[in-house]
Design a protein around this ligand. Structure first.
Ligand code: NAD
Ligand SMILES: O=C(O)C(=O)C[C@@H](O)[C@H](O)[C@H](O)COP(=O)(O)O
Ligand code: ZN
Length: 366
């Protein structure tokens, strides 16, 4: 069992990583002394697989848990399901001391976290991430949001959980495609500022995805520690440090939006393609060596992630227009996370749209 603390002034919390945490969840949540009903938000797939274990452990700990089951998939991170979940919680009974538990992947975590941030002007929540992506990234750091017609995560809040329980056992039921999508966010930590970790990913990625438990545990713990450092340094993405976690996302979010969040491209897959694009643009601008861009592509391809955008994402101008809604935009200019090579990402505020258009044009032609 590993515990990583997210150190925040007066609001620090732990991320517990290990097997068997679902069975311990009731006792650990009860220790936080929630009042009234415990609201458990989850999706139908996760409910079938893991809800009973959570409910049993809540009952054993004397908690009255009420499940709220939503459809699986990105479409649930929307205005309509924000309303739906909020109304269900209000109808079941909620007070300021009540708590929401997000049992699921990043979709449930982001949605339930945003409902928690706004319910009665803010109630506590606990993350029980059940995808690799959610364990290494979305459950940690307090970014909660829904998607809108204009783009990804555009309405949301910074709202930190009280506790994160990353049970490695639940990953046993996660489909390989979803595991791979999570790997993109793991490798991202190496690409940002940790070349040794990227090399570790190259050496161990396939075995970790194939089910090697020790390697998975190492990947999750290393990623959570990396995210913990960034969040502690720049909780609200105001100094530029946290913006580095957006490597691959300016492009990736535009690709997801272009496809209407239809599930054709998972978030982690979009991030993998987006990281390749960030490296391609950096090479084009003479900032990064071509060999590093090739290494990134080779690693993603080796673990089974896509490295080129699918058909149907539109042309370069359409993608640029979507990037204009990115939350890093400043003074009307799109801000990119670029790189001087593996482990050397930085925030670039002066990128010419012509260079981006040219890179996208070449990529979309392939
Ligand atoms: N808040 C953040 O910091 C942050 C970080 C990264 C990503 N995100 C967001 O997270 C979302 C993506 O999250 P995700 O990749 O976890 O997707 P997801 O929540 O849609 O889960 C993926 C699929 O796996 C299923 N599933 C979940 N756990 C399972 C399990 N243990 N066994 C079998 N099936 C299981 C789900 O039902 C779903 O169909 C995106 O909306 C993205 O924007 C947020
Ligand atoms: O936690 C962060 O900060 C991140 O940027 C992590 C990303 O992986 C994640 O997808 C995040 O939701 C993107 O943030 P956004 O601010 O671009 O919506
Ligand atoms: Zn992401």
């Amino acid at each position: 069992m590993t515990d990583v603390t997210i150190a925040l002034d007066g609001r620090s919390y732990d991320v517990a990583i290990g097997r068997g945490l679902l069975e311990e969840a009731g006792a650990r949540i009860a220790a936080l002394k929630p009042k009234g009903v415990l609201h458990v938000a989850t999706d139908a797939t996760v409910a079938d697989l893991h809800l009973q274990a959570l409910l049993a452990s809540c009952e054993a700990a004397g908690l009255r848990a009420v499940p709220h089951i939503l459809p699986p998939g990105e479409a649930s991170k929307s205005w309509s399901f924000y309303e739906d979940l909020s109304e269900r919680i209000l109808a079941a009974g909620v007070e300021r001391g009540s708590m929401i538990v997000a049992l699921g992947g990043g979709v449930i975590g982001d949605l339930a976290g945003f409902v928690a941030a706004t319910m009665l002007r803010g109630i506590d929540f606990v993350q029980i991430p059940t995808t690799l992506l959610a364990q290494v990234d979305s459950s940690v750091g307090g970014k909660v949001a829904i998607d809108t017609k204009a783009g990804k995560n555009l309405v949301g809040a910074f709202w930190q959980p009280r506790l994160v329980l990353a049970d490695l056992g639940v990953l046993d039921s996660l489909p390989l495609r979803e595991l791979r999508a999570g790997w993109a966010e793991i490798a991202k930590y190496g690409l940002i500022d940790d070349p040794a970790f990227f090399a570790w990913c190259e050496a161990n990625g396939k075995a970790a995805l194939a089910g090697d438990d020790a390697l998975r545990a190492q990947a999750v713990a290393h990623s959570v520690r990396a995210k913990a450092r960034v969040v502690a340094a720049d909780e609200r993405e105001s100094s530029g440090v946290r913006a580095l976690l957006n490597l691959g996302h300016t492009f990736g979010h535009a690709l997801e939006s272009a496809l209407g969040f239809d599930g054709q491209l998972l978030h982690g897959e979009a991030v993998a393609i987006g990281c390749c694009m960030a490296f391609d643009l950096s090479v084009r601008l003479g900032l990064a060596p071509l060999e590093d861009a090739q290494r990134v592509r080779a690693h993603f391809a080796n673990v089974g992630l896509p490295t080129e955008p699918p058909a149907g994402v539109g042309d370069a101008d359409a993608l640029l227009a979507l990037m204009q809604t990115d939350k890093k935009v400043a003074d009307g200019r799109i801000v990119f996370v670029l790189t001087r090579g593996i482990g050397r990402a930085f925030v670039a505020r002066d990128v010419s749209p012509d260079d981006v258009r040219a890179m996208l044009g070449d990529t979309l032609k392939k």
